[in-house]
Design a protein around this ligand. Structure first.
Ligand code: JCE
Length: 250
């Protein structure tokens, strides 16, 4: 996969996109990652990428012309144009299924804005618009890194242990069961006996139950979409009856 990023802050990507799995994916040739400085497509002495909003109001808006020229030039770097993704708070909300969808593209171009966002006409250059969540960042760079990280780890060969990319959580639709490693006792806290029993069937059943309990407690919203068998559906129904699932108003 080739990932291009258009930004006025290419330096922000250096460490995050070189460390750990991202670095390894690049060394292994599974990921080609390139940044492009939007200022290279400006034509004035000050390399201006923003301007005042028509109609007035606070802040500045990204000028559309440098974006248009830059995106066209980046498409031309390869035979096929890139799937062009704008990061913006008004995009569709990023999740694991969008990560899977994006991982099927040969090329992605992430376009990172700054200031108060893009001139509305720039959106004609986008194939896709993504938000990583309902909060406002100062620009798209961190969002582009979040999306890239989630996508790259899905590429075949990036994770050593192939099936750890198929997340327990999010593939079954439940949160992950608790994990433990040595020592068996730490700060008076013991690793559950079942995990040291060697009884794989018991371990599997325990993990599934813990995943259900944790999801019910912290993310009950996920249970509507989760893959549950009929026994589990009934268990959730029972457990729900024992908790204040709809806190009363006072
Ligand atoms: C961005 C800004 C709109 C006010 C370019 C914010 C994505 N999930 C996300 N949160 N924030 C962003 C994001 C992405 C790109 C830009 N801003 C700041 N945007 C209104 C301020 C500018």
């Amino acid at each position: 996969m080739i990932v291009d990023v258009l930004t006025i802050f290419p330096g922000m990507f250096e460490e995050p996109m070189s460390a750990s799995m991202m670095g390894l994916a690049r060394e292994r040739g599974l990921l080609e990652f390139r940044t492009h400085d939007l200022r290279d497509w400006t034509h004035d002495r000050h390399k201006t990428t923003d301007d005042d909003p028509y109609g007035g109001g606070p802040g500045m808006v990204m000028k559309p012309e440098p974006l248009g020229e830059a995106i066209a030039a980046i498409h031309e770097l390869e035979d096929e144009p890139a799937h062009t993704v704008f990061l913006t708070p008004s995009g569709r909300r990023f999740d694991q299924s969008i990560a899977e969808e994006l991982s099927s593209h040969e090329r992605i171009l992430f376009v990172c804005g700054r200031y108060e966002g893009f001139d509305a006409r720039s959106h004609t250059l986008a194939d896709d618009e993504i938000s990583i969540g309902d909060y406002v960042l100062t620009g798209g760079e961190l969002a582009a890194m979040v999306v890239t990280d989630a996508v790259v780890r899905l590429l075949p060969g990036v994770l050593g242990h192939e099936d750890s990319a198929v997340d327990e959580s999010f593939s079954s639709g439940l949160l992950e069961y608790p994990q433990y490693t040595r020592p068996a006792v730490w700060n008076d806290l013991e690793v559950p006996e079942v995990l040291r029993s060697g009884d794989h069937a018991r371990i599997q059943a325990w993990r599934r139950r813990k995943a259900l309990e944790l999801t019910l407690e912290r993310r009950p919203d996920l249970l509507n979409e989760a893959d549950l068998d009929s026994v589990e559906v009934e268990w959730v129904r029972q457990a729900n009856g024992n908790v204040d699932s709809q806190p009363k108003e006072d």
